[in-house]
Design a protein around this ligand. Structure first.
Ligand code: FE2
Length: 207
């Protein structure tokens, strides 16, 4: 059955993987910051994965990949002679040795996932300025695969999005932007309490 636009608005907008999806299996790890040692502003990204009936999905695999506090990705296409873009010409030594640039977790019985990461920096690729974002991909046996992105509030991020042609081409743009919250406001089971972290909740709704 074809869903009308009103119904579609409830589903999480999807994006493509982009050129920097990790080429290797993404390890299970919720903490990408080496216990908070990574450079950048600590962020707890958390939420609940839902199916099309808005029922929480347990056992789904949630992957994230992102840039560090310098706007660099850990990807072969971003380094040395394999770099596809002038901006990406970095070496492994330029990466933050305390940051794990991608990770995956499995949702618990309540469909909850969380990551301890940092707020990424905007970056430039193929001549495009990309506003700060985290890539997400959710794998569910029953619901399929959903790829999306998370963008952040703040004046700088907003003005970066204004000139980010990739972001501007997205459907349901406003649904890709999260708001910051705190641990007590959006308490989800199992999510760590960190005074120094910003929190954002990103629930995902499969179509
Ligand atoms: Fe990206």
């Amino acid at each position: 059955m074809v869903k009308d636009n009103e119904e579609l608005r409830f589903f999480t907008p999807t994006t493509e993987d982009g050129p920097l999806y990790p080429p290797e299996p993404i390890p299970r790890r919720a903490d990408l910051t080496n216990g908070g040692k990574a450079k950048g502003e600590l962020l707890i990204l958390m939420g609940v994965i839902h199916d099309h009936r808005r029922t929480p999905v347990s056992g789904a695999i949630v992957e994230i990949w992102q840039s560090d506090s310098n706007g660099y990705y850990d990807h072969p296409r971003a380094r040395g002679s394999d770099a596809l873009d002038e901006y990406w010409k970095i070496e492994r030594s330029d990466l933050d040795s305390n940051f794990r640039y991608f990770g995956s977790v499995e949702t618990d019985t309540n469909g909850i996932y969380w990551f301890q990461t940092i707020i990424p920096l905007s970056y430039r690729v193929f001549g495009f300025d990309r506003a700060a974002h985290i890539h997400m991909k959710v794998w569910s046996k029953r619901n399929g695969v959903l790829t999306t992105e998370v963008y952040f509030p703040g004046d700088d991020n907003e003005s970066n999005r204004d000139v980010d042609r990739v972001f501007q081409s997205r459907q349901q743009k406003s649904d890709l932007i999260v708001t910051f919250t705190n641990y007590h406001e959006q308490m989800l089971g199992g999510v760590p309490e960190l005074d120094s972290a910003k929190y954002c909740r990103r629930d995902i709704f499969f179509p």
